[in-house]
Design a protein around this ligand. Sequence first.
Ligand code: NAD
Length: 516
Amino acid sequence: MGLIPYKNEAYLDFSDEKNVAEMQAALKKVGDSLGGEYPLVIGGKRVETDGEVISVNPAKPSEVVGRTGRATEREADMALATATEAFEKWSRTSPEARARIMLRAAAVMRRRRFEFLAWEAYEGGKPWFEADAQVAEAIDFLEYYAREMLRLKDGVEIYAIPGEESRYFYRPMGVGVVIAPWNFPTAILTGMSAAALVAGNTVIMKPSEFTSVIGAKVAEVFEEAGVPEGVFNYLPGYGSEVGDYLVGDARTRFISFTGSMQTGLRINELAAKQTPGQRWIKRVIVEMGGKDAMVIDESADLDSAAVDIVKSAYGYSGQKCSAASRAILHEKIYDEVLEKVVEGARLLKIGAPDSADINVGPVISEPQFEKVSGYINSGNQEGERLLGENPGDGKDGYFVSPTIFAVEEKARVANEEIFGPVLSVVKARDFSDALRIANDSPYGLTGGVYSRNREHLEKARHEFQAGNVYFNRTITGALVGVQPFGGFGMSGTDSKAGGPDYLPLHMLAKTVVERF
Ligand code: NAD
């Protein structure tokens, strides 16, 4: 297939008035359509349910963004039957044809880009730049996995012995259950689904209950792009109501999950149990949380370090699995860096994402607001709060201002994933001590080092226990195809989304040998 080489989608420039005008028009248009209803889609048919999932605007919780269907075991069963049947034909569809549909989905999403940004603002509470980076990432996943499938469609080279031909190639697996979190509702949902689909599997996609409307929009993109009926099924609902059923069912071939450690481990355990009629060991791809650290040594460019700590800690209100939630500072530069970080974080503008200058939006939901507030209480008792206020009651939006605690390394706020705009700052004696503190976590997702010392960087290159380690830059915003993403330890199965090893996780490798 003739294709231009893969290239990351460029971000929109919101200093350009044209883009601002388009974004405002999209906010108006989407704003006028809030409150719509989105039934399940199974086998191409709209399926009504008794219950509903009500999604609200986190910046204005009284505003309903939309109502989606709420799947029960009955609809999960329908989806599993439909996806199982659709697999027969889709798995025999050529890889090129499957890749073309993903490329078309990328084009559809590009055309609907501002609309998606507006949904992200209303349902996810995302500042414009964050929303845009994420929709660009979704487009990248579609473009990248399409090309990856073309690269792998004939298998890979292996050796043979004289008189024989050996082939090693990939086959689709079966029905995949894709379960997504709310924090990257367009990108993660699109990426996990696209990889599964282009590899020839059928998909039951369960979005997060907090961003189910964006899930419906992603489903529309796949439909418009031409994914056949039954190959992709949209099954919104509560994880607690349909999750176990989908994961445990004998027809499920693999589960692709991104979300919290607690849910990921539960899925891993349940998927390991064989149920009657089950003819395979389910494959489990789980990507989970983090407690990501940035280490700054005494040789670092301290101004840049402070700027990047602020960006990494507070982008999307710290609700990124990759967010810096710990800054570990060498004692010699501790006071200076801390002061710069506090200054930088103080300048961030908080508010509903209805203009380009908002840096920090609300946290996603009432439970999340309560959770983050609870950690701020803990931090108040465990250490010194250098920035931030006690959150209010959340009735006028789930806003939490950027918060900084100076704490000892064992403090709860410095060890548990908070998933909010809360940074814990810890002092280290020297570089080895800093790295030890960074690695003293069950998680291992992202990490960063700011240093001009080559020895320190080389040590961290090998010894920093994280799936994605960044030097002298931010630690968030992994680019598809450029910074494959996935965690060590309790952060996940290290699947490396957006990387060369990702698609084979969704396929069965087969060896066929013929003797002549
Ligand atoms: P969550 O675990 O609460 O929910 C994730 C999804 O799992 C939702 O769709 C939910 O409905 C579903 N679910 C809940 N119970 C289930 C069950 N028993 N069986 C099956 N599915 C079930 O996580 P969240 O709050 O939506 O997302 C935030 C978490 O995701 C954070 O921990 C964050 O670090 C993590 N995350 C990780 C990555 C990564 O790539 N490692 C990326 C984004 C987010």
